[in-house]
Design a protein around this ligand. Structure first.
Ligand code: NAG
Ligand code: NAG
Ligand code: NAG
Length: 249
């Protein structure tokens, strides 16, 4: 985060800071916040790839088809990233939680495992606010699933799916302000559109890449309550506006 802070101090010299970051979590926030997550390569890593991702955890028996459906085996076992295993150590443990995934998040067993990771992190109140997440018994749910767990949210439209999650909580008397919304995703194409919103968004899995995707998934260090939109620049998360003004870097 030091590099991020450095870049944002430069941005600060201008009238309106594009981004600000807090390296340490403040006391319990006065206002409700939302952490919304992509699933594949954010809450998960490349299936079973512990050689390159030693901090990840394989959930034997739970099939994860993400990006592997065209391979001979067709799946690998669900592999939780450091971020999903340790979510309860991040600031998100004080927030309401949601999902905006471009993939379908597998069958009900994978959805239950992802939901369990969220519930393990959430406060009793935030946990109770989350409904069960199943789709196998209801064909109407096999297209886009409703908030707060939005599967089949098209790439590049996650800011719109995040808005649905925010509205869902607001309709349940959780008055989350736009500025208290944080979205995490391994792909630049999903994070960049948040520059047109008042939400915060951070690209994750910066240190381990797999083409345009993350490889190992999000890390705990990457789950910072930083204000603005941050993209991977090498292994660091850098304010998107500073990246687009190369003279500042
Ligand atoms: C986070 O959850 C894990 C697994 O559920 C648990 O072992 C750990 O003690 C928890 N940590 C905190 C800080 O609550
Ligand atoms: C959620 O749904 C799954 C799959 O139908 C079921 O196994 C589980 O018991 C349900 N959990 C709760 C808390 O209702
Ligand atoms: C993605 O990672 C897998 C596993 O390490 C590797 O086989 C594949 O070549 C990688 N693809 C890209 C585009 O980096």
């Amino acid at each position: 985060m030091f590099r991020v802070l450095g870049f944002c101090l430069v941005a600060w010299a201008r009238a309106e800071p594009a981004c600000t970051s807090r390296a340490v979590e403040s006391a319990a926030p006065a206002r409700p916040c939302l952490c919304a997550f992509d699933v594949d390569r954010t809450l998960t890593g490349f299936q079973e790839l512990l050689s390159e991702c030693p901090r990840n955890l394989v959930m034997e028996g739970i099939k994860d088809y993400a990006y592997l459906y065209a391979t001979p085996r067709g799946f690998g076992f669900l592999t939780l990233s450091q971020l999903s295993q340790g979510l309860n150590t991040t600031f998100c443990r004080n927030c309401y939680l949601g999902i905006a995934s471009a993939g379908g998040v597998g069958l009900d067993d994978e959805k239950q495992a992802i939901l369990a990771a969220l519930k393990a992190a959430a406060s009793a109140e935030a946990s109770a606010a989350m409904p069960n997440w199943t789709t196998e018994a209801d064909v109407t749910l096999q297209e886009q699933t409703p908030p707060p767990f939005v599967a089949w949210c098209p790439e590049g439209q996650k800011h719109l799916c995040t808005a649905k999650i925010v509205e869902w909580y607001r309709a349940r008397d959780v008055p989350i302000l736009d500025e208290d919304v944080y979205f995490f995703d391994d792909k630049e194409d999903n994070v960049r559109p948040f520059t047109g919103t008042s939400y915060n968004a951070l690209q994750v899995s910066c240190g381990t890449r797999n083409g345009t995707r993350g490889l190992c998934g999000g890390t705990l260090q990457e789950a910072q309550p930083a204000k603005g939109v941050f993209l991977c620049h090498g292994a660091a998360q850098v304010c998107a506006q500073d990246l687009d003004s190369p003279r500042l870097i």
